[in-house]
Design a protein around this ligand. Structure first.
Ligand code: SF4
Length: 293
């Protein structure tokens, strides 16, 4: 583990209505030790050398406290989990994410968390508090096969544990989603994988599923991905090279059929395929609640 001081912690998003309606991105860690073999944050454009050796931003909570206090509105959603899992392996000991959630809950601001880790269940008390305003959690699951998940996402809990996590979060009023991305060509883009994922999501009471039937690959991210494919699936990196060359977007050859099938399955289970986002209460609703006091 390394440590560094950050200059700021709530980074305004370029497209605030995009990723789960988040207006700010918060990363307390830099790099990620979950070590998914396809991780995009490993690519050169993000400039994180030694990606698996996580850097903790030692002054993050102090910065967060000051930055939250300086916001005029508490209706802007704060997102975490886009470049590094907020529940990295060292979060168990360092409790930075928990500390940040406690600060956010004191206002509260709406929150969206993307993670693969069941460690989030440690923080159900704070999440329950946040959920009174708005708490949304997306858990990434791309295969229903636990053994395949172990190869693709070596330090993440199994897919089975992730479904269990989602079911528990739903019970405390968190808005739950699955980010089914990336669905890796030739490994996960089978109809029965998609069917099984939607079935298990429905059983866990998941409300939203967002899918990407393919993967994006760049420079050292691609090199690492191919190296890992060679270790576990001999010949598969060659198939990628033949099919996609150096393309950035490597879409499943069945993308369109899979998308239609996925949407129909979700509709039949009452699962939305749109991202959820926080909607501030209408002014009349606020006035009514004041009369109730
Ligand atoms: S959990 Fe997310 S950030 Fe961490 S290695 Fe996996 S894809 Fe990358």
């Amino acid at each position: 583990m390394k440590s560094a001081e950050a200059k700021s912690i709530l980074i305004p998003n370029k497209y605030p209505s995009g990723w789960f309606g988040t207006k700010y991105t918060m990363n307390l860690y830099r790099g990620c030790d979950i070590q998914c073999i396809y991780c995009d944050s490993r690519s050169e454009r993000y400039g994180i050398d030694d990606f698996h050796n996580v850097t903790v931003k030692t002054n993050a909570l102090e910065l967060l406290q000051n930055e939250l206090a300086s916001k005029r509105s508490t209706d802007s959603t704060i997102g975490t989990g886009s470049m590094s899992d907020p529940y990295t392996l060292m979060e168990r000991k360092l409790r930075m994410t928990r500390g940040a959630l406690e600060l956010i809950a004191a206002y509260p601001f709406p929150i969206h968390i993307t993670t693969k880790s069941d460690l989030i269940l440690r923080d159900t008390d704070v999440l329950q508090q946040l959920a009174r305003k708005y708490a949304s959690v997306a858990v990434t699951i791309t295969t229903s096969d636990d053994e395949l998940a172990r190869i693709l996402e070596p330090h993440a809990p199994s897919s089975t544990e992730r479904f269990r996590t989602l079911a528990e979060l739903r019970k405390i009023g968190v808005v739950t989603s699955i980010t089914m991305m990336p669905i890796l060509p030739f490994l996960e883009d089978q109809f029965d994988n998609i069917e099984r994922l939607v079935e298990r999501a429905a059983a866990a009471g998941v409300q939203h599923m967002i899918a990407a039937f393919g993967v994006t690959l760049r420079d050292r991210q691609r090199a690492y991905f191919y190296q890992k494919l060679d270790e576990s699936f001999p010949g598969l990196s060659e198939r990628y090279k033949r099919t996609y060359g150096y393309d950035y977007e490597c879409k499943s050859v069945r993308e369109e059929e899979l998308k239609l099938h996925f949407q129909a399955l979700c509709a039949s289970c009452g699962i939305s395929t749109d991202m959820p986002f926080y909607k501030p209460p209408a002014p009349e609703a606020i006035q009514m609640s004041l009369f109730d006091m």
